[in-house]
Write a protein of this length. Structure first.
Length: 535
């Protein structure tokens, strides 16, 4: 059964070869044997569709073992050694074990499969992430466009330079590299095991205590040495400068005072910034398949900000308001394509708002929320005196509610549509004061835009001679007007609590929905599971 499964994954001709049932027209020189080694290899890959695909089209020939596979083995081992720099758990890829096999010659089927499985795991993880984002948290709707293992292994086996082929697997984005460099700097802040721990306390300039001597030694062990100006037990100006430099590198307030946070971080080594960078690297890998050099809209939810990028350069920026930090209203993460904008939009009130917020008010007073029309399934406005609102529940209420285009319309002057199953879009709002808040999570899930008209102008650039004139004409008409975008523009709703700015500096943002904590926990579990599997 196992061999049959492997053969089923092969193309018809390859499977026919293996079974000695060879179409004469397909194979003018048919093979009449299926060697023990090939049978063993087929059995070993039967449970892995990607490897079964590759070896089935490869005639069940090894590509890692023997002298012929030496360069591929070396390239793979070198790449696996970079796992920690990508924020991936090194134990998952068994680099040390593969290095030992390589030294011993690696010439058996079992050794071929160990290298092949390591390649499959590494190529999948470093190109598209170690996690399935949709299994981490319900608000993460992102689908990763992962490459096929069989295709990658075929490219690797055929590559004249296997090192270069592997180097092309991670995201080829300057921001990904900036995150890797930031992670490397954080890793340098981990003191060696023999460095003394610093006693808890509040150590500042002028203090004299044995803990200050330990502080000096531990700081020096991570590259922040400060020669004592007098007694090594005294917290002097040079030590205060060294502490401030360490604090800046660690993402702490650089006040030069070794308080509880600084001491705890120095004793522990890594902190929240390192964790946020690990998660950001994984999230960047989830973006595989999207051309981030092409023109696109990038909405970073924890930053409460939206941008347009062209050729990797920011050309537009605006503040946004996102969904409330409430499970029901949190804005999801996903990518779609913005196809059109609607000027003077009607607001079709989401049913959840209709039945939870407005129906109780209408049951108390049928003339409540008078700025909204009650409409039937065909879109006809129904007079309120014809409806007994008290006879309906949230489940049975048969009507919708809609607001006409107006100055106080909840969607303002324009909405930007990228059709999706969650009915999320960008839109204007009459509630402008919220954009002055530092934390802007107030909506029911959609994204309110601080500069909607400017965003409309920017999106129309290149497709009309005067975006301002086209938009103004549609607005002055007072009618709901659709303006198609040609070509459509990709939209990425992302969630980065640590991300490089244009100078490469890492900026931090609040984990407003708690999603990063869940992603980090899943990454830790993946590492622990990998380590346990290796015991």
């Amino acid at each position: 059964m196992v061999v049959a499964a492997a053969l089923a994954a092969m193309p018809r001709v390859a499977a026919a070869q293996a079974l000695d049932v060879v179409p004469v027209a397909a194979l003018p020189a048919p093979r009449l044997s299926f060697s023990e080694q090939e049978m063993q290899l087929a059995q070993q890959v039967a449970d892995h569709p990607g490897l079964a695909d590759f070896y089935g089209t490869n005639g069940l020939k090894p590509v890692f073992t023997g002298a012929a596979g030496a360069a591929r083995r070396a390239a793979l081992i070198e790449a696996l050694g970079q796992a920690a720099s990508h924020g991936l758990p090194p134990t998952r890829y068994r680099q040390a074990a593969l290095r030992t096999l390589d030294r011993e010659g690696a010439d058996t089927v079992e050794e071929e499969i160990r290298f092949a499985r390591a390649f499959a795991d590494w190529s999948r993880d470093v190109s598209g992430g170690i996690l399935d984002p949709r299994r981490v948290e319900p608000g993460i709707k992102r689908e990763v466009q992962r490459p096929r293992t069989g295709d990658l292994l075929r490219a690797f086996a055929a590559a004249a330079d296997p090192v270069a082929m592997l180097a092309a697997l991670p995201p080829q984005d300057a921001r990904y590299e900036a995150l890797r460099q930031a992670l490397a700097r954080q890793s340098q802040l981990v003191a060696p095991g023999d460095a003394p721990r610093v006693a808890e306390g509040l150590w500042r300039e002028g203090t004299s205590d044995p803990a200050v001597a330990a502080l000096r030694v531990r700081l020096a062990s991570v590259g922040f040495a400060a020669a004592p100006m007098g007694s090594p037990l005294t917290y002097d100006g040079a030590l205060a400068q060294a502490v401030a430099a360490y604090q800046k590198a660690a993402g702490l307030p650089a006040d030069g005072v070794a308080g509880p946070r600084t001491v705890a971080r120095l004793n522990r080594g890594t902190g929240p910034e390192a964790e946020a960078i690990l998660v950001a690297l994984e999230r960047m890998r989830w973006m595989r398949g999207h051309d981030l050099n092409a023109r696109h809209v990038w909405v970073n939810l924890p930053e409460f900000n939206a941008r347009i990028y062209e050729n990797g350069r920011e050309v537009f920026e605006t503040r946004v308001v996102i969904g409330k930090a409430n499970r029901e209203f949190e804005t999801p993460e996903f990518s779609e394509t913005m196809k059109y904008m609607v000027v003077n939009p009607r607001w079709n009130v989401p049913r959840s708002i209709t039945v939870k917020e407005y129906l109780p008010r209408l049951q108390a007073n049928r003339h409540a929320v008078g700025h909204l029309d009650v409409v039937d399934g065909a879109g006809n406005v129904i007079a309120r005196d014809r409806i007994d609102f008290r006879k309906y529940s949230a489940k049975t209420f048969p009507y919708r509610m809609r607001q006409k285009p107006s100055d106080d319309n909840a969607l303002g002057q324009v909405k930007f549509m990228f059709p999706n199953p969650w009915n999320i879009y960008l839109h204007d709002t009459p509630t402008k004061h919220l954009f002055n808040q530092s934390s802007r999570a107030y909506s029911h899930g959609c994204i309110r835009v601080g500069r909607p008209v400017d965003l409309a102008h920017e999106l129309l650039k290149g497709q009309v001679e005067s975006p301002e004139a086209v938009f103004s004409k549609a607005l002055k008409s007072g009618r709901e007007t659709y303006l198609n975008l040609r070509p459509p523009v990709p939209v990425h709703l992302v969630y980065f609590t640590a991300f490089p700015d244009e100078s490469g500096q890492i900026r931090r943002f609040p984990d407003i929905y708690g999603r990063d904590a869940l992603v980090h926990a899943a990454l830790v579990k993946a590492g622990l599971d990998s380590a346990a599997a290796d015991e």
